[in-house]
Design a protein around this ligand. Sequence first.
Ligand code: FAD
Length: 470
Amino acid sequence: MLQSPGEKSTHPRAKRLYDSSLYQFDAVEPSCWEASAGEHEVDSPALTHDCSCDVAIIGGGYTGLSTAYHLAKHHHVDVRVLEAGHLGWGASGRNGGFCSLGGSKLGLEKAISRFGVDAVRHYWKSQVEGVELVLNLIADEKIDAQVAGDAELDIAYSAKSFADLNAYAKTQRLLLGLDTSAISREEFRERYFDSPQQHGAIRIRPTVGLHPLRFLRGLAGAALSGGAMLHAHSEVVSWTKVGDRHLLSTAGGTVRAAKVVMAANGFMPEHLHTSFVGRPMPMISAIVVTRPLTEDELAAQRWQTFCPSITARNLLNYFRLLPDKRFLFGGRGHSSGSKAGTEKNYAGLTGRLRQLWPSWRGVPIEYQWQGLVCFTRRLTPSIGRLADDPSVFFGFGYHGNGVNTATWAGRELAKWIASSEGKSVPDSIPQMVVGMSDRFPLAAMRLWFLRARLAVMRAADQIDVLRSGS
Ligand SMILES: Cc1cc2nc3c(=O)[nH]c(=O)nc-3n(C[C@H](O)[C@H](O)[C@H](O)COP(=O)(O)OP(=O)(O)OC[C@H]3O[C@@H](n4cnc5c(N)ncnc54)[C@H](O)[C@@H]3O)c2cc1C
């Protein structure tokens, strides 16, 4: 029998939420990562013929490649990755390179009341495991990922914000067993950097900064050596099912597979399969990067760290000094991704950077780019398999923290698939992330809800700043 998992969609691109410029799979995002990824592209020819495999994966980012790597190398499964752009075209090749803890936007209290304290502890343990997994992969597969820094710094913007962070650090330490500690404003200034808007910080370990595209290419190379087949420039344009086989069609050929993994996160082609419609909430995140800073410029802000850092606000900024002394500064992107809006957003980010470190006002920006992160309705990652078709697996919704979480999700999915004759969810996957997150109501209107929510958060941030007098 021929079923069409995406039968309700009209046109392959009908369900795209943002400006079409966000989905140009042939275009290369002008990031500093693309400019410094090194010579060696991983062999990943476009699909040019029909073929079969056991597991087909849609998406060649960390989720897809980690699943493929672990399936091929550790479980000897016949697996193919289909990627619409080049490998790492999506968020995995464009992110800030924070390999840190996070992955959920559900507050601790809500998480505990919904899932219980043990489940919450299990989740944070998996986050630590995710960072360790990335570091082990880098070491085992000899990936030149330019690892730098040894903690994440969350910077307070007022005395009250520091008190709040302090309380949070205590909970992380005592309740979750994490290595989180507070640093006073004075000590922070001596050891890390200064800014008119730093009022102390907390330091969270384990965290490192890395070169996201080098890590991705290393992972892809290791997946290939392990036996996975990788096909770049092979957008899946239709998905049907004949009997117990999935047929994923690209312009160059069709893959026939027993199992499919949807690994496309914020770029998810929801139209391919009705079960995915309305599940992800993609959101634009944007980055600007300066030219390399001179020693004098760094000294002017007392800058002494490669640790990835964030401002502890609702609408946070993330930043790090890169190994070549360029400064990377990121934050929320424009709400539609239109050309004019995107340019305005980059200007806003640059202005904010200069506000935080006034000595760098004259330093030019040399790179700016953006991409899609992915939220879910329940505010935790969504990792699992479809209830009505156990041959379809998925991992998405890492809430802007996918370097560790997506890589970890890939490993867990591989374990699950390889043992999937055993039907139940592996114990190693925390309850907080298992299964499909609910659909957003009025899915086509998702961006309007997002814009309204962001406006409220922005107003709350401003009130907070006014109250604290910073
Ligand atoms: C600007 C930015 C900064 C970020 N900073 C950080 C950070 O510092 N630390 C952190 O942990 N996380 C960060 N993130 C989030 C992190 O990058 C993502 O969570 C993670 O990369 C998701 O990996 P993924 O493999 O699931 O998805 P992606 O890497 O987005 O890959 C999905 C892939 O699916 C492909 N695809 C889509 N449709 C199809 C189709 N029909 N056929 C075939 N392929 C298809 C896309 O081309 C894409 O390459 C950031 C994200 C962005 C955008």
